[in-house]
Design a binder for this molecule. Structure first.
Ligand SMILES: [Zn+2]
Length: 220
């Protein structure tokens, strides 16, 4: 399980002593317990019963305590949802955690699959960026995707393309030679996206990237 650090969203008002580590930051955990969006969302309490164990900020090794939740919108290629994201707190040091399902990327309303599909249209199918919003709007009229969002996905992917490619070195089945220097930018992007799609048949690249880099996909 990997974690990243981000600024606290808002205080829940819980008065747990926080004498040793007074900083107001929350660690985000991406959970790997359920790969399938529909199954996760329909199972209702799937986010409530798996508290993280062990604190990354202090020696505490027990279970985190529940610490409320926040709502988060989720936009997939086909649907729009509101889900509850649980928060947890370390009873020893007061560090807070939030736990996202693996079909979400921190700070993105659009699901991992949605963003990957955008990049697939752009780099593998080589569609003009301006054509892509209308494709999504046809399958999900509530997605409200804009050209600016598509271009943001593109920009963030290209920024981290080499870092993304390096993650494959941790997996024997996917650690085959792919020298990006021999490819044009678009050829390299296409090759990596195809590799991610293949990887996702047996793993979940979103969480594996998180585990191996201690950062989330498409961060600023
Ligand atoms: Zn702690």
């Amino acid at each position: 399980m990997a974690i990243i650090v981000h600024k606290e969203r808002e205080s829940t008002g819980t008065s747990i002593p926080n004498t040793h580590f007074p900083s107001k930051i929350t660690m985000v955990i991406i959970a790997t317990f359920n790969k399938f969006i529909t199954k996760s969302l329909l199972s209702g309490n799937v986010f409530t019963h798996l508290a993280p164990k062990g604190c990354r900020n202090c020696p505490y090794e027990g279970m985190m305590h529940r610490h409320g939740f926040y709502t988060r919108s989720v936009i997939t290629c086909l649907q729009y949802f509101e889900i509850y994201v649980p928060r947890f707190i370390c009873p020893k040091c007061g560090k807070t955690y939030s736990k996202l399902p693996c079909f979400l990327i921190p700070y993105y309303r659009y699901s991992y699959d949605f963003i990957l599909a955008s990049l697939y249209y752009l780099f593998v199918l080589k569609l003009p960026a301006c054509k892509i919003p209308s494709i999504f709007n046809e399958t999900n009229p509530h997605c409200y995707i804009s050209l600016q969002s598509i271009l943001l996905f593109k920009k963030r992917f290209l920024k981290d393309m080499h870092k993304i490619n390096n993650v494959f070195t941790y997996y024997n089945d996917f650690y085959y030679s792919m020298d990006l220097s021999q490819l044009s930018l678009c050829q390299a992007a296409s090759a990596i996206i195809l590799k991610i799609v293949k990887f996702d048949l047996v793993h979940n690249f979103n969480t594996e990237y998180f585990k191996n880099t201690s950062d989330h996909l498409f961060c600023k």
